[in-house]
Design a protein around this ligand. Structure first.
Ligand SMILES: NC(=O)c1ccc[n+]([C@@H]2O[C@H](COP(=O)([O-])OP(=O)(O)OC[C@H]3O[C@@H](n4cnc5c(N)ncnc54)[C@H](OP(=O)(O)O)[C@@H]3O)[C@@H](O)[C@H]2O)c1
Length: 338
């Protein structure tokens, strides 16, 4: 059986996560038992939620245990099978974690899913046609409930979730405005992702300045906001929300290192009669088939061409993950293993 390189969570961050929180180890892959398959991972998915799991603070999910393989989504190929459900060569996605191989019990519901790579590249099943894409779909369709002609705004606009949001929002006939960090990301958002406008929040020192840029980009106000960031960006958007606007609270990455993020104008939620709803995509498995069908069609027909940041080799995973938390990724952050 092959040697498996793995990355474990060695210790928990205090404040900012650092590379020494992780440890690279090697181990033998165990012999397969009946009903198990061996998967060779081609791609690891790096996602902001992993920062939350590294901490043992109270949250919606249990913390990542110390000394165990970092959890995470994986896409790969079955290389050996003792289950009639999977054959060597099957392309699969699962939650194999930060390691080169995983042994999976094929009967465990949802543990491993075969995917068709004829029209959708394997890596996109970790991004636009996977969890991040469904996240964008759920927040837009089920919480924001957009109507054609309305104005939608999303932060972290060029990332895995934000780029899928753009395609879904444009498909519903909405004016779609992004907020992203830096001129290159904003140019790409408009020229490649189809945003009607994109605002570089890094050009604005405070919410008052950012909200002026939003007024220009959203002359009819904002009806739906998909929040990925929090802090100054949320303050600026709240100032431009229309009455009865809807906010899907998806992520608050600006505060993942534990810094407090006070809301400057909470009274606007009342005076504008806003709906603000947080959600966790894995608690809404009932929408995944419908969402994945639409996202797969958007990618397969070229209407959504997601960009990826690809780090090479398992040993590159910690630095790539720390970069993701600082906006160094440009599109879905992956680690390519073969
Ligand atoms: N609720 C759920 O079920 C669920 C599921 C999936 C993802 N999420 C959340 O969705 C958000 C996006 O996830 P993703 O996978 O698509 O990641 P991503 O957007 O591909 O990458 C994260 C991006 O966040 C931005 N960012 C990082 N630090 C920031 C800061 N201090 N201020 C402003 N922006 C910052 C950076 O973009 P810029 O360079 O543009 O700033 C960075 O590229 C995250 O908040 C994540 O936690 C939630």
């Amino acid at each position: 059986m092959p040697i498996n390189q793995q990355i474990l969570l060695d210790n928990r961050p205090t404040g900012e996560a650092v590379a020494s929180n992780f440890m690279l180890v090697s181990s033998d892959t165990p012999e397969l038992q009946d009903g198990q398959v061996l998967v060779r991972h081609h791609f690891l998915s790096l996602d902001p939620y992993m920062r939350g799991r590294m901490s043992d603070a109270k949250s919606y999910a249990a913390p990542q245990p110390l000394g165990q393989v970092m959890l995470g989504g994986t896409a790969g190929e079955v290389v050996e099978s003792r289950s009639p459900k999977f054959q060597p060569g099957d392309k699969v996605v699962g939650m194999g974690g930060w390691q080169e191989y995983s042994v999976v019990s094929a009967d465990q519901p949802g543990a491993l899913r075969k995917v068709d790579t004829t029209h959708v590249p394997l890596s996109h099943y970790l991004g636009a046609v996977g969890m991040p894409g469904v996240t964008a779909w759920y927040g837009l369709v089920k919480i924001i409930e957009p109507k054609a002609g309305q104005t939608m705004v999303v932060s972290a606009a060029t990332g895995a979730v934000g780029s899928a949001f753009a395609a879904l929002s444009k498909a519903r006939g909405c004016r779609t405005v992004g907020i992203a960090g830096g001129p290159d990301k904003c140019k790409y958002a408009v020229e490649e992702l189809g945003f009607d406008a994109c605002i570089d929040y890094k050009l604005h020192a405070d919410a008052a300045s950012l909200t002026k840029a939003l007024r220009d980009a959203c002359p009819d106000g904002i009806d739906g906001y998909f929040e990925n960031v929090g802090g100054m960006v949320l303050d600026a958007v709240l100032l431009r929300m229309n009455a009865f606007g809807r906010i899907a609270l998806c992520g608050m990455i600006a505060g993942y290192d534990g810094k407090p993020m006070p809301l400057a104008y909470p009274a606007l939620i009342l005076t504008n009669r806003l709906k603000l709803q947080g959600f966790i995509v894995s608690e809404h498995m009932e929408v995944w088939p419908e969402a994945l069908k639409e996202l797969g069609t958007l990618v397969g027909t070229g209407k959504l061409r997601p960009r990826e940041s690809v780090a090479q080799g398992i040993e590159a995973a910690p630095e790539a993950f720390l970069g993701l938390l600082k906006g160094k990724n440009f599109g879905k952050q992956l680690v390519k293993l073969i």
